[in-house]
Ligand binder design. Structure first.
Ligand SMILES: Nc1nc2c(ncn2[C@@H]2O[C@H](COP(=O)(O)OP(=O)(O)OP(=O)(O)O)[C@@H](O)[C@H]2O)c(=O)[nH]1
Length: 344
């Protein structure tokens, strides 16, 4: 039998939306800027599974001038704690050196204690009279509110203060500060407050593959990109990077054909419509959610190399919304011209 050959590239998705910069993202960012003078430290959350793609250049520009802790969230979904994971973390640390970088799973007491230790040390060093104020920022759905709740529970043993949810955009406004560390008279340290902020998306994603990655990790609403396209990208990624794992053995043999894959999922899970027709959209959504919950294993979608951050930053063009619209129009014009030529 011929051995399976995975696809080496994913077809370019010309019609894929490349923007998800909503009104409350822009409003949230402006408000963050105006509040900067009262903030001591920024915790910027990025997603462990997309350490490069979940970097939002807007935070570099708008929130410059404040000390920052970069925290890679959802570690449990990207790392199984093996040698390759440790190597990856070492590389990511080197990107930010000499600044501190932490990797967290919000359910891990150990990880949350490490963040609290950093925060306490920072607060002791900052010696603010009014108590320290920390702002947590990041892309939508990266886990900011979950982090706040976990820090509050571990730090002051208080219940949840922020709503969380599996879809992006649960936090819409900057909340007032929530206490995560109690003052300590003996040590001479004051209270530490954490401010949750709405997730802010990149104004214009420079390439379609980055948009697919961001959609897969849940940074954009599931209604924005067709679930079958997203499942196809997931299949491509699994085949290319984990061809030996038999992750989807339960549904079908190894394949590069998303329809074959999803039909297998439909048959196995009973997602069949009238007359037994497979419901591909429902199967795609289900498999994406299984992936997001970690049931298909641990995944990192970005390629992590020593010069990865530098390369990514170079390639990244922070396109303004005006430029984004201009580019969109150019694509539309090119397509119309193509249609016209094909018709003529
Ligand atoms: N597995 C895992 N899931 C996490 C982790 N942190 C957050 N989540 C989940 O990710 C989803 C989004 O978390 P939130 O805390 O609401 O994210 P957010 O960044 O506040 O989202 P916005 O409201 O869009 O700004 C929720 O379903 C959380 O349970 C983590 O460390 N590991």
């Amino acid at each position: 039998m011929a051995s399976f050959v995975p696809r080496l590239s994913f077809p370019n998705q010309l019609s894929l939306p490349r923007s998800y910069f909503l009104g409350h993202h822009a409003a949230g960012l402006s408000k963050m800027k105006t509040m900067l003078s009262s903030i001591d430290l920024i915790i910027e959350c990025r997603d462990y599974r997309v350490p490069l793609t979940s970097r939002n250049p807007l935070f570099e520009q708008s929130l410059a001038g404040r000390e920052r802790l970069t925290l890679y969230t959802k570690k449990d979904l990207g790392s199984s704690g093996g040698a390759a994971d440790r190597k990856r973390e070492e590389i990511i640390r080197s990107w930010h050196s000499p600044s501190t970088v932490l990797f967290t799973d919000h359910k891990s007491k150990k990880d949350i204690k490490t963040v609290l230790k950093y925060v306490k040390e920072y607060a002791a060093h900052a010696q603010s009279i009014m108590g320290s104020r920390i702002m947590v920022v990041g892309m939508p759905n990266v886990g900011k509110s979950s982090l706040l709740n976990a820090l509050r529970l571990e730090g002051v043993h208080r219940a949840k203060a922020a709503f969380t949810g599996a879809q992006p955009g649960v936090t819409r406004k900057i909340a007032s500060g929530v206490k995560i560390v109690e003052k300590d008279e003996e040590k001479g340290t004051d209270n530490v407050y954490l401010l949750d902020t709405p997730g802010v998306f990149i104004p214009y994603v420079p390439n379609a593959e980055s948009m697919l990655k961001l959609a897969l990790v849940g940074s954009v609403k599931d209604t924005i990109i067709a679930p079958v396209t997203l499942a196809d990208y997931l299949l491509f990624h699994i085949n290319k990077n984990y061809p030996w794992t038999n992750i989807y053995d339960d549904y079908c043999l190894q394949t590069n054909d998303v329809v074959e894959f999803l039909e297998g999922v439909c048959r196995k899970t009973g997602r069949l419509g009238k007359g037994g027709v497979p419901d591909l959209d429902a199967a795609a959504l289900w498999i994406i959610q299984r992936w997001r919950q970690g049931y298909l294993g641990t995944f990192v979608l970005d390629e992590i190399t020593q010069d990865g951050l530098e390369k990514h930053t170079r390639e990244e063009t922070v396109t303004s919304l005006h430029q984004a619209r201009k580019q969109k129009k150019e694509v539309q014009r090119a397509r119309a011209k193509l249609r016209h030529n094909e018709g003529g």
